[in-house]
Ligand binder design. Structure first.
Ligand SMILES: Nc1ncnc2c1ncn2[C@@H]1O[C@H](COP(=O)(O)OP(=O)(O)OP(=O)(O)O)[C@@H](O)[C@H]1O
Length: 244
């Protein structure tokens, strides 16, 4: 459904992505992990068309995404790292952002309230402003916005950043539930191994601009790769090579 072929991107002399290849089938949940600065966000930005790669192609349903950009953009949802809600709009307008203009306001609001309910926020939250929400509630509202237009592909950018472990687990469960329910294809980038275990069907580890390892979640624990195991365990070895 979504393929990345030989994607490369440099900033000045710094080669951040150096031939990344990935494939996602419909309904699959891929979690991309990798150390800080390994290019996870750059990869996401290239897929979203916010960054122009130096080389490589992104395929969407077998066609270069560049040729199907409008169709792709219509069918994607995104949960941003800090929820990225518009502070001047009430929560329901944030959730309904993609729906406004496509349908009458009253209908958009109804869908927003329904999506808020799906993420565990009651109708009383709809008219609050983002500043009145806790961090966990903001994430939930961001998640409701990501699913408002029933996307076929959803991107989750560090979905648990800034949350305590219990709230993080709730968000992970919501994401997994939503992906299962909607059959959406999902790409998550994260450092949080609890997210990996809760959300992933498949895991890809980025290292020095390439996919160092990828495989099913179950295979991750026994994969013959020391760096992957250090990453999973959050372990720093004396004199270990930390990829830059
Ligand atoms: N617009 C840009 N201009 C110059 N360098 C950039 C730009 N965007 C990203 N980089 C560099 O690319 C590298 C990868 O950045 P990226 O944000 O993708 O890392 P990441 O894997 O998402 O890291 P983190 O997990 O810390 O968020 C970094 O060294 C960063 O400084």
């Amino acid at each position: 459904m979504l393929g990345v072929r030989g994607l490369s991107k440099s900033f000045g002399a710094k080669r951040v992505l150096d031939g990344v290849d990935l494939d996602l089938t419909q309904g699959e949940s891929l979690v991309v992990i990798g150390g800080s600065g390994t290019g996870k966000s750059v990869l996401l930005r290239c897929i979203l068309g916010l960054e122009v790669p130096d080389a490589g192609t992104i395929l969407w349903r077998g066609r270069p995404l560049a040729e199907a950009r409008a169709e792709f953009m219509d069918g994607f949802g995104m949960l941003f790292q800090n929820a990225a809600l518009f502070d001047s709009l009430p929560v329901w307008r944030n959730v309904a952002f993609r729906l406004m203009g496509r349908m009458p306001k009253v209908e958009a609001r109804e869908i927003a309230v329904e999506k808020l309910a799906r993420v565990g926020l009651g109708p009383e939250v709809a008219d609050l402003f983002p500043a009145e929400l806790s961090g966990g509630m903001r994430k939930r509202a961001g998640l409701a916005r990501a699913i408002a237009a029933d996307p076929q592909v959803i991107f989750f950018d560090e979905p648990t950043t800034g949350l305590d472990p219990i709230r993080a687990a709730t968000i992970n469960e919501l994401i997994r539930g939503i992906v299962d329910e909607t059959g959406a294809t999902a790409i998550t980038i994260t450092h949080d191994m609890s997210s990996v275990r809760a959300i992933a069907d498949r895991v890809a580890l980025l290292d020095r601009g390439r996919v160092r390892w990828q495989g099913d979640l179950a295979a991750m624990e026994t994969a013959p790769d020391d760096y992957l195991h250090d990453f999973i365990a959050g372990r720093a070895r004396p004199m270990a090579r930390i990829p830059e």
